[in-house]
Design a protein around this ligand. Structure first.
Ligand code: NAI
Length: 328
């Protein structure tokens, strides 16, 4: 039998945490032969810690054969100790009257502290996925706060956007979602993201030709994928949780176990390609194999795409500028 791996999850008692932990413990993320030890972080407040206890009781009650141990804590250094995987879900939500800038700063403090803790105590080959918003910039902050860990270990979640882009295209064309290959979602996990179907194939046919409706693509599809998060809040009264957890599982599973050549979107530190400055955490197409992701290179960027990609990049640059002082 395989030795257990340590999976840290922050914000473990939140709504995404509740949709995520049970699937990790059942083997959906790392495989049905991979035992896991869950190391769960929540805020020190009594209410959060009590809620975490309740979640841990339920995990116990599932009697998952793959759940080899559990730790519940309010200390990042305990949660990240020797962790092989970290899903950073907990973040400060936007409160009433809170400016975007304040939100950025509050989260910067959290991700500096957690980045430092990862730097000091996590396994050197840890795979980090940031889900908590603003996810790309939070991942950037954690990466910059963990100089002794390889930069490529830090990623942000664009997979929910990628999956939304797949499903909307499947619906439009009436084709099964798994017949769609080579979808790309460039940029920030925010409404500025750019779902790019120029390289996409559906059962082997080029998506733009099959859809044959450029107005729909530009005026309906792109904004619909970008604003889907807001539409879920409007409908449900709560932000997306099960689909976000599902995307986190997809992201980590693919990174750990590989994609068999299939393109997926991950927010990763830029190597300078596609005109994205070094280290900006930006959604790009990748394939994964042997526990590593590899970006798809050499894609042609036309004028429309350049404009869209720069727009979402500029938002990321503004976010980075906003936290520059804190990063020192
Ligand atoms: P939630 O509010 O239900 O849960 C968040 C949990 O994190 C709470 O239990 C809170 O106590 C905890 N928390 C806050 N700060 C923490 C810290 N410093 N350390 C440890 N725990 C902390 O929120 P939900 O719905 O679970 O969403 C979590 C985050 O994920 C939000 O920032 C949300 O915007 C983001 N999100 C990102 C998506 C993406 O595609 N990247 C999609 C959906 C949500």
């Amino acid at each position: 039998a395989k030795a257990p791996v340590r999976v840290a999850v922050t914000g473990a008692a939140g709504q995404i945490g509740y949709a995520l932990l049970f699937r990790i413990a059942s083997g959906e993320m790392l495989g049905k032969d991979q035992p896991v030890i869950l190391q769960m972080l929540e805020l020190p407040m009594e209410k959060a810690q009590q809620a975490l206890k309740g979640v841990m009781m339920e995990l116990e009650d599932c009697a998952f054969p793959l759940l080899a141990g559990m730790v519940g804590t309010d200390d990042p250094r305990v949660a990240f100790k020797d962790a092989d995987y970290a899903l950073l879900v907990g973040a400060r939500p936007r409160g009433p009257g809170m400016e975007r800038k304040d939100l950025l700063m509050e989260n910067a403090k959290i991700f500096i502290e957690q980045g430092k803790a990862l730097n000091d105590v996590a396994a050197r080959n840890i795979k980090v996925l940031v889900v908590g918003n603003p996810a790309n910039t939070n991942a950037y902050i954690a990466m910059k706060s963990a100089p002794s860990l390889p930069k490529e270990n830090f990623t942000a979640m664009l997979r929910l956007d990628h999956n939304r882009a797949l499903s909307q295209l499947a619906t439009k064309t009436g084709k099964p979602v798994d017949s769609i290959e080579k979808m790309v979602v460039w940029g920030n996990h925010s409404p500025t993201m750019y779902p790019d179907y120029r390289f996409t194939t559906i059962a082997g046919q080029a998506a733009p030709a099959l859809v044959n409706d450029e107005a729909w693509y530009k005026n309906e599809y792109i904004p619909k994928v970008g604003k889907r998060g807001a539409a879920i809040i409007e409908a449900r009264g709560l932000s997306s949780a099960a689909s976000a957890a599902n995307a986190a599982i997809d992201h980590m599973r693919d990174w750990a176990l590989g994609t068999n050549g299939k393109w997926v979107t991950m927010g990763i530190p830029s190597d300078g390609s596609y005109g994205i400055p070094q280290d900006v955490i930006y959604g790009v197409p990748v394939t994964c194999a042997n526990g590593k992701y590899e970006r798809i290179t050499g894609l042609e960027i036309d004028a429309f795409s350049r404009e869209k990609m720069d727009f979402t990049l500029n938002e990321l640059k503004e976010e980075q500028d906003g936290v520059k002082a804190l990063l020192g």
